[in-house]
Design a protein around this ligand. Structure first.
Ligand SMILES: C[S@@+](CC[C@H](N)C(=O)[O-])C[C@H]1O[C@@H](n2cnc3c(N)ncnc32)[C@H](O)[C@@H]1O
Length: 293
């Protein structure tokens, strides 16, 4: 059975290098937790929705794929794990996975997903906030987060990330990019289905915000992704696509092709990069000391 670690159970040293969260941040954490707890009733989620899908690798960004190829025997954190499908996948890749989320409902689903995917023995799930981690210092080889950094206080999160990463450790986040005004408008459009509504405090990352990470990490690399490929997401969301019998397999094939077209296009027209839907942020910790510059 996947272990749900109790708060404080694994805290050999102090946490929160920037001190405890203030009232403003606590309010934000509370709203996020409520938002995600209310979105789902764990008991009603079907088993099939928690299985690692067979072609998951094709959906992942190349930076994440290359990390998964190095994961065997490593200690990996799935940061803001949601339902924990990726956490289970990382465990299937041979990692010892520690994952956390601010929502209790999501952590309940993560534990169920671990059992369903047969990896409960090497997955530890915990309710926790990204700005206030309970993990020991220099604990992780890798940290991976999918669509989560834009939900947290990025400066606090970065300070904590640096603390828990081993020297030489790497963190990768795949996050919505907020430089495309039209895309931002569609993201906030009230006509979107309930499943795609935004929490009150989340916001797509801007370049200025990403640059703040340079205070904490020796290497910060940014790669924009999903320009044409964002059309697939739009199709997935349109009810008529489902009604017209557009299959997931077909969408996946189109997605892979558009991904290749994006690579070609963005190499030739770099000025299109800010219009992309997502950004992949790679952070590397090279030193042992001198955390915040
Ligand atoms: C868009 S979902 C992504 C979930 C998951 N990574 C995935 O790919 O399915 C964002 C997640 O961030 C979590 N979250 C929001 N604020 C958080 C915080 N301060 N600390 C930890 N998790 C948080 C939410 O509960 C939610 O599960």
């Amino acid at each position: 059975m996947a272990r749900t670690v109790l708060p404080n159970e694994t805290i050999p040293e102090g946490r929160g290098v920037l001190g405890p969260p203030d009232v403003h941040l606590l309010g934000r954490m509370h709203r996020e937790r409520e938002f995600f707890n209310q979105r789902v009733r764990p008991a009603e989620v079907e088993e099939a929705a928690l299985r690692v899908p067979p072609h998951l690798e094709q959906e992942l960004e190349p930076e994440v794929v290359s990390l998964t190829q190095m994961m065997a025997g490593k200690t990996v954190c799935d940061y803001g794990c949601g339902w924990g499908i990726l956490s289970s996948y990382y465990a299937q890749c041979g990692a010892q996975v520690y994952c956390f989320d601010i929502s209790e409902a999501n952590i309940a689903l993560t534990c169920r997903a671990a059992r369903i995917n047969g990896v409960a023995g090497r997955l530890w799930a915990q309710v926790m906030a990204g700005e206030w981690l309970a993990y020991p210092q220099e604990f992780f080889d890798f940290v991976i987060g999918n669509a989560v950094l834009h939900h947290v206080d990025i400066v606090r999160a970065a300070a904590e990330l640096r603390r828990v990463l081993k020297p030489g450790g790497r963190a990768i986040f795949v996050e919505p990019l907020g430089e495309n005004t039209l895309l931002e408008w569609t993201r906030r459009c009230p006509l979107r289905s309930a499943a795609h509504q935004h929490s009150p405090d989340e916001h797509s990352l801007r370049y200025a915000e990403i640059r703040q990470l340079e205070r904490f990490f020796e290497r910060v690399e940014v790669r924009e992704t999903r320009l044409l490929r964002m059309l697939v997401r739009a199709l997935e969301e349109f009810p008529f696509a489902r009604a017209a019998g557009v299959s997931r397999n077909w969408l996946r094939r189109v997605s892979v092709r558009l991904g290749r077209a994006d690579e070609w296009l963005l190499r030739r027209c770099p000025w299109l990069k800010p219009l992309c839907q997502y950004v992949v942020v790679t952070l590397e910790k090279r030193e042992t000391r001198g955390a915040v510059r």
